[in-house]
Structure formats: C-alpha cells, structure tokens
Design a binder for this molecule. Sequence first.
Ligand code: SF4
Length: 264
Amino acid sequence: MRRSFSKTDAERFFALLRTAEPEPKTELRYLNAFTLLVAVVLSAQATDRSVNKATAGLFELADTPGKMAALGEEIIAHHIRTIGLYRTKAKNVAALSRALIEQHHGEVPRDRAALEALPGVGRKTANVVLNVAFGEPTIAVDTHIFRVANRTGLAPGKTPLAVEMGLERIVPAAYRQQAHHWLILHGRYVCMARKPHCPVCTVRGLCRFEAKTAEPGTADGTLEGRGARTRRGAFALDNTAEPVKPRTQKAKAQRRKVHRAKRA
Ligand code: SF4
C-alpha cells in the first residue's frame, strides 16, 4: 500500500514546484474578469492554445457582457468555430453575457453559487474565476490536476470533487493560492498522461507513483547527464544534470555517411 502524504511531504512538494516556477500563471489570455470567464468556458475539452487563437479576435470586438450580448450567438460562433463544441459554447457565451447584464449589473459575481448558475459554468470554471480573477484560494480540478493528485498520491480520489476536497486538506495554506497553477503546469509539461517525464521531475523523490518512467540509457531512470526534454524546462531538474557530451567527430562523420546513403 502506498504511503500517504504527510503535511511535511506536501510542504516539500510545493516548495519544489515553487522553486521551479516561482510565479505560475494561467496560460489562457484574458483582459478582465469577464473575458477570463468566457475563456474558461471555451476551454472545456479544448487546449488553451486553441482558445487563445479563437478569442484573440473575439475579445477585440467584445470585452464586456454588453458588447458580447450585442454580437449575438452567430457572430460569436463564427469567431470560435475552430474549437470543439463551438455551437453550444457560443450559445452559452451569449446567454451568460445576457444573464450578467440582467442579474449582476454587467459584472462577474465573486460568488460560487452565482457563478455556477450561469449558462455553461460548472464548479471547475467557477473555481478558476474565483482564483484568478478574485484571488480566492480555490483549486479547480481539471484532467491534469486529477491525474497528478492521484498518481503522486498527493490527494487520491475517484472524482474531481473528492480530489478537490483532498487537496484542500493537504495543500499548506502558504501554497493554496497558486497550487492549482503549479499542478496544472506540472501535469501539462512533466507528469503527462501517456509518458511522464519522471527522470527529470522535480518532485520525483516525493512522488508515490510505482511505475515511474526511466530515461533511455540509464539504469534507474534518474538524472544521468540528461537535460530536460520537457516543453517547459523550468519544471525539470536540468540544472543539476551533467552537460551532455557533444558527439565525437567520428560519430558525426558516420551519421553524415548514413544520411547521404539514404538520400542516394
Ligand atoms: S515522478 Fe513521474 S509520475 Fe511522479 S510526479 Fe514526477 S513525472 Fe509524475
């Protein structure tokens, strides 16, 4: 049976993530609380990159509920047509804009129940908005956080809500505000679903995952002269690695020879 995380382990876990990325931020682009809300609604089952691409033009035209409602569902749909479920999402964005005007004087409410009552807004979206726009120490459990919390043993749970509750119990107060960003970035760039980068993972020593991946060419998968191969080097332990030796002249010549032969 896996050893559960103690408070001290959790403290060390987040201290390591903080050292690797002192100021984690959402990768969604937004201009204010309203555009953040819209971006998060659009991000369901879509990548942040695809949402940012779609919202660049949309937010230029409409950065308030009034302007968005005036655009209407068809024009919103046209702008976000490159992301999945765009018709339903356009309908929700138009409806939530009208609801904000009619029920909240055009402002995004700082209240979970009021947020969750908006079309297309669930607990996860409400948590992101409360955290990023209003500085509340909420933790929005998305697919990355769900995986990292279960895999590492930090906060195991069968549902996103169970994981959220577990994280609220274990994450030290000093790290609560940023925990959601650290865990998302860690899941997105290091502890990936199919092949986590365990050999260069900054929290490897604390992680309880029994099937940690090994770096090719090393006996146990620990750092042995390999730099990080993650998209965000900041989350990897490449600063402690020995420099990778450059290829010898002989090896380079051999590779050139093989390459020429293939092309002939
Ligand atoms: S050691 Fe591997 S499984 Fe554990 S958190 Fe790091 S990348 Fe994920």
